[in-house]
Design a protein around this ligand. Structure first.
Ligand code: ACO
Length: 377
């Protein structure tokens, strides 16, 4: 066996392969625009700030799905409530093996039990799936029985009721609703791209959503907020922030909740969520000094990153304040990515439908840099 490397490979890579597909336009979409220079997110014509806290997740789901399903009802609430009831039967499959996984992994496994298809019924079940499965898994891991959905409740309020075993105060349900809207769609991020690739093969919506969940859970994407809590716990007090952050960078670690492929300024979702947290704090939610600590960590991190990476504009992303908000809503950190999936599922499904209706099989090219077969002697 020869290990002869293609001598032209390095040259070809430099001229052709685009590392991380940075700057590559791989789809046209009517769904959302991420303006990285202005720090602006538009979802179907609306700035994210005009949707979060002003429109329910059900309404934003209707907005995202408009034109992608036939017979889309004006109010998706009742059908989504019924979908939560429908998928709850899968919770019976939550055995000891699944309980040993993280809530996101166990919810993904239960989601894989949903039959593939392209219709509205399948789409609603896939949005219902993380909303029902994450609370059931969190409770099962704590030794508590699952709580069945209430189809008449709002989606966000039902999630909190299913996890707590009793209705949550309206302020908390409103905060979760605003979070789900804030993260509902965000251009061609890694998980949405993964979902579109799978959808482009006509595999079905369940397959596309499973691809989305799998890409989302990585710490460079939607897996960051759990480690943000670890960072805040390790820093402990504002005065320790700069030294702790410097030491983390000395070890070669990434600072979780900072940096973004597209944003060169503040991620607008960070401020949208900070506003939600401030409202919660005013309404008496338990935020034991966390907001002040997070703001101190943010300021210290921006200073440290500016000094260390002067050529790269690194700012806060959505995950720092996601972590704070989901902690205030009493989700355990290992469930944070599953809660992110509850919101993003609506966007993945809209993108999958857009891809199937107007797109082509996604099949890019690679450059072979391995050994060439030896010429026959
Ligand atoms: N901490 C320290 N350094 C960073 C960070 C960070 N958070 N982010 C980027 N950098 C540095 C990199 O080390 C690199 O430096 P170098 O050029 O000296 O090697 C430079 O900035 C560019 O980094 P890339 O990895 O090329 O940037 P990319 O656009 O690929 O990365 C990413 C984006 C993955 C989000 C990155 O900023 C990161 O790892 N952040 C931390 C994890 C995180 O918060 N993820 C959530 C993102 S939001 C979301 O997906 C919902």
């Amino acid at each position: 066996m020869s290990n002869r490397v293609n001598p032209d490979a390095e040259q070809i890579i430099m001229s052709n392969a685009i590392d991380g597909l940075e700057g590559v336009v791989a789809a046209e979409t009517v769904l959302s625009e991420v303006d990285g220079a202005a720090g602006r997110l538009i979802i179907r014509g609306f700035p994210v700030e005009a949707l979060a806290g002003r429109h329910s997740y059900e309404e934003v789901l209707r907005l995202l799905w408009d034109g992608f399903f036939e017979d889309l009802p004006h109010d998706l609430g009742p059908a989504l409530g019924q979908a939560r009831v429908d998928v709850f039967r899968e919770v019976a499959a939550l055995d000891e093996g699944l309980r040993s996984l993280s809530p996101t992994e166990a919810a993904r496994a239960l989601t894989a039990r949903i039959a593939d298809g392209d219709g509205l019924d399948v789409a609603l079940r896939l949005v219902a799936a993380p909303a029902v499965f994450v609370p059931a898994v969190v409770r099962a891991k704590a030794g508590a029985a699952p709580v069945a959905p209430d189809p008449r409740s709002s989606h966000a309020a039902d999630v909190l009721r299913m996890i707590r075993g009793e209705a949550a105060p309206a302020a908390l349900a409103g905060a979760l609703d605003a979070y789900l809207v804030t993260v509902s769609d965000h251009g061609l991020n890694a998980s949405t791209f993964a979902a579109r690739v799978v959808a482009s093969t006509h595999a079905g919506l369940a397959s596309a959503v499973l691809a989305g969940i799998s890409a989302l859970k990585g710490p460079l994407h939607g897996g960051a907020p759990g480690p943000v809590i670890e960072m805040l716990d390790a820093i402990g007090e504002a005065d320790n922030a700069a030294a702790w952050l410097e030491a983390a960078l000395d070890r070669g670690d990434r600072l979780m909740g900072f940096g973004h492929r597209i944003y060169r300024v503040r991620d607008p979702r960070a401020d949208a969520l900070k506003g939600v947290i401030r409202t919660l704090a005013r309404e008496g939610a338990a935020l034991p000094g966390r907001l002040a600590l997070a703001e101190a960590v943010e300021n210290a991190a921006l200073e440290v990153l500016r000094a260390r990476k002067p050529g790269r504009s690194l700012d806060v992303n959505v995950e720092l304040y996601t972590a704070l908000l989901l902690e205030a809503l009493e989700f355990p950190p290992d469930a944070f990515t599953g809660v992110f999936a509850m919101g993003r599922a609506g966007g993945w499904i809209a993108h999958a439908r857009e891809q199937v209706i107007g797109g082509r099989l996604i099949r890019p090219q690679s450059i072979y840099v391995g050994p060439r077969p030896l010429e026959a002697a």
